[in-house]
Design a protein around this ligand. Structure first.
Ligand code: CP
Length: 351
């Protein structure tokens, strides 16, 4: 009996996955949401451990992965990299090869978060994940690096699909917002990638000087072209809301954030806070086609969005936060459970 075709795969970004496979993960996530504490789901990771490295703080990601491991019958172990004597550019220690090989003897999966002030330049965080994926014999799951945040993207699209019956012909406005957090590009880039893959028209709005990764934008354009959807960049913080169905508002750092191998957080925040027009308001939402409000959280209320919108009836923020649990459970079961076989997936319509 063959193990499931998903067993052992890494999950670095949704862009590495076919839409049909992402659809299967979402289908399983919805079934797991409905039957949250039922067999066979509660035994799929029984007695098995999932290791989590957090180079940066987290609320949702840590809690939802820990809860996911528990609900699948397993255990998530929280690891602080600074307590592990790992080799870095500045200090001697254990190599990624050795750490990954040893951990593969203990756990069934390894999640890593590394972004913002934990890296010296854009791309370093994602490169570290790929290095672990190269050496580990167990799946490496991206819990947010500087480029991608796949489970956030899956949680976003799950909520959008649940609320918009048909995605084609609908438009998502993904707008930069001023804020005091200087966030990495991972959540917004992942959202652009998955929204484009799922056929939404993309309107990307930001002040000049806040370009995202050009390679990611090229991939987003490719997906929109393949889906005969529209892709547009605008620098207007008000007219950009015209007629859209989803508003996603988020602060992100500028491409200059890592000058000199240092993350210039304070400088980024000071610069961002001068763009006072870049906030999602109830007034601007009136220009939309009764749009839903989407945000990966944590929300910088009063900067990124007004309370009236973030806590309003069209806000999907808590639903998306909950979806993190369900999509991660589905992915962990498919990638990390040796108890599921091809025929089990077939029975559930997952092939
Ligand atoms: N959205 C998200 O990843 O939240 P945390 O940073 O709290 O994990």
């Amino acid at each position: 009996m063959a193990k499931s075709r998903y067993y052992g795969r890494d999950f670095i970004t949704t862009a590495d996955w076919d839409k049909a496979d992402l659809d299967r993960i979402l289908r399983l996530a919805r079934e797991m949401r409905e039957k949250r504490y039922e067999e066979p789901f509660t035994s799929l990771l029984k007695y098995r451990s999932f290791f989590m490295f957090f180079f940066n703080p987290s609320v949702r990601t840590r809690q939802s992965f820990e809860a996911a491991a528990t609900e699948l019958g397993g255990h998530a172990q929280y690891l602080e990299p600074k307590s592990m004597r790992l080799k870095t550019k500045k200090s001697a220690g254990e190599t990624v090869e050795d750490a990954a090989k040893v951990m593969s003897r203990y756990a069934v999966g390894l999640g890593i978060r590394i972004l913002e002030g934990a890296i010296e330049r854009y791309g370093d965080g994602d490169a570290l994940l790929l290095e672990y994926a190269r050496w580990a014999d167990i799946p490496v799951l991206n819990m947010a690096d500087d480029k991608f945040h796949p489970f956030q993207g899956l949680a976003d699209i799950m909520a959008i699909e649940d609320h918009l019956e048909e995605l084609r012909g609908k438009t998502v406005l993904l707008t930069w917002a001023h804020g005091a957090l200087a966030r990495s590009w991972c959540s917004v880039q992942e959202h652009l990638l998955i929204a484009a893959k799922y056929g939404l028209n993309i309107r990307l709005a930001y002040p000049k000087g806040y370009d995202l990764d050009p390679q990611v934008i090229e991939t987003v354009k490719k997906y929109t072209a393949e889906n005969r959807a529209e892709f547009e960049i605008t620098h207007d913080p008000v007219k950009s809301y015209e007629g859209v169905h989803i508003v996603y508002s988020r602060n992100w750092m500028s491409p200059q954030a890592y000058e000199g191998g240092v993350f210039n957080k304070e400088k980024e925040i000071e610069k961002a806070l001068t763009y006072k027009d870049w906030i999602t308001t109830a007034e601007k939402m009136k220009r939309t086609d009764n749009a839903y409000f989407v945000h990966p959280m944590p929300v910088d209320r009063g900067h990124e969005v007004e309370d009236e919108v973030a806590s309003g009836p069209r806000s999907l923020i808590y639903e998306i936060a909950e979806n993190r649990l369900h999509v991660q459970k589905a992915a962990m079961a498919l990638l990390m459970s040796d108890l599921w076989r091809e025929e089990d997936l077939e029975k559930r319509g997952l092939l």
